[in-house]
Write a protein that binds this ligand. Sequence first.
Ligand code: GDP
Length: 661
Amino acid sequence: MSRHRNVRGYNYDEDFEDDDVYGQSVEDDYCISPSTAAQFIYSRRDKPAAFAEPLEEEYGYEGTEDTAGYVTTNHQLSGVDRARLNSCLDQMREVLGESVPEQAMAQAVLDSKFDVQKALDLVLSQDSKQNTKTKNEDAVIVGKTTKGKSRDSQSARMESEIVPKVTKMTVSGKKQSMGFEVPCAITEENGHVNTPQKVQVPEEQNMMPTPVKKSSKTKPQIDVKTELEKRQGGKQLLNLVVIGHVDAGKSTLMGHLLYLLGNVNKRTMHKYEQESKKAGKASFAYAWVLDETGEERERGVTMDVGMTKFETKTKVITLMDAPGHKDFIPNMITGAAQADVAILVVDASRGEFEAGFETGGQTREHGLLVRSLGVTQLAVAVNKMDQVNWQQERFQEIVSKLGHFLKQAGFKESDVAYIPTSGLGGENLVTRGQSDELTKWYKGKCLLEQIDSFRPPQRSVDKPFRLCVADVFKDQGSGFCVTGKIEAGYVQVGERLLAMPPNETCTAKGITLHDEPVDWAAAGDHVSLTLTGMDIIKINVGCVFCDPKEPIKVCTHFRARILIFNIEVPITKGFPVLLHYQTVSEPATIRRLLSVLHKSTGEVTKKKPKFLTKGQNALIELQTQRPVALELYKDFKELGRFMLRYGGSTIAAGVITEIKE
Ligand code: GDP
């Protein structure tokens, strides 16, 4: 199971320092202490003659035929020229990242007489020529450049650490190598053809981000729909969120389900049991499978959205365990925004179901939220049935109360299934319950069977690519990673992507799906993208990565149709709200109240109302503090919905009808 790392407030400088190849090369390879390093810097400035040697070693230019010319020239460089060279290299690195070996860049700078633009052109044209070489030729070059204690050897080592991610790809159940488009003549004759458009390339080259120049290339055509059907052994992907009031038993239920499915080994479970006993929270052992962080365990509540994967007969499930506590609803919205279906867990114990269900309890709010965020199928786990001796009457009482409410919230009766469970006892989770108390009145599905029978949602693979960033973090090696669900279209390794905001492009250097490297991923997939050619600082949670040819719109001002929930204070012009859209939560103001609409026909019943009250449907204009990337509901259903919160509660759900500016 992997949990998103929260990087807000993260000190990126530390990472950049780590990434500083000069520093790392010196320290890792030569173990120079800070004082020795100071000497080194001193000698660099004051003793040009003595400097030549360490520089040569540090940069790893020694001994490779390719770079011999540069080394000789470099020895002859004056102090000023060396400074110019370093400055040019810095500028080039900003464009190329770590994709091109240092010596190749340096040689290009010298060849182009310190003209960065020319040097870049030179390197890029060399790079594209290199791509057309045969595998064998490349292997020789790789062999040469990686020998010796050089900076290159280090970058090769760094890259080789990431290599398995990119090479071990399973598409249609077969192991494949990543490919990229090359002219047909070459693919045919060198015999390394994977598909008509693809040619195998050495791993070293695969790791390199596509240089800027290649941005104009078109996507190699893959039949995503067919590939999707073949992938995961023909199993459909389903994103599932677990919701419900705090302490309803969500983590215990899902933790136990995972354990019974064999996703948690006995030893780990034993460890959790021991640790939870020691901490005086023995009943939380299963919840610990999902509640990963120390604080969550200490407080006994889930705070973040945990993610893990498991399989049923016909499906591969990405499970999101959303926090039930009121304080963490924004996290829950992020989780639910990425879900296709939901499990609502309610506590069957006397008084507990009622506490979760009344105003202020999360059962209602979560139910409304997931429906407004586009979830239409729901399994209700009537949990802790052991506490009420598996009484049919209690179960029926809960079913009728909830049924009425869920219908009002917009769920079809036929799309909601109720399952009696005991998360702690493990009853009716992966196999049908055995106890007489249950079997005498319940003949329905167990929880796993219900999950398996959810209908998979339609994936918008034909639409332009869209991914909303749920998390950003610095990974080992060059570039950085973003995670999120692909809402539309598909992405391939090596492709150029546009981030909105900040309206900048980058290259998808790697794609990870369920901790497995893949060479493409499509709508519905929860992926992690490794990106290069962009500064991590520019990317925030909520940015949308999209197809540069068909970008998403960014605005601060849009119109929407909203449904107002159970509010106490009427909404007036200038009302401050928090806009929750996909993974974004952004302060906003209701700028104008345009009209009140009839709930079912949508006709205008009142123009320019002074205020809006509970249960009303209305057309409004919203203004956000900062630009947000949005889609119209009519274009992208998945991306056209949002929620409004105020003072810690959700006051409305809406769909975007017009993007203004
Ligand atoms: P969450 O906040 O919804 O994730 O709830 P937890 O999974 O953390 O569970 C809260 C408490 O309820 C823990 O003490 C669990 O041991 C207990 N619990 C969970 N499921 C059951 C159940 O089926 N039966 C009983 N008796 N207790 C349960």
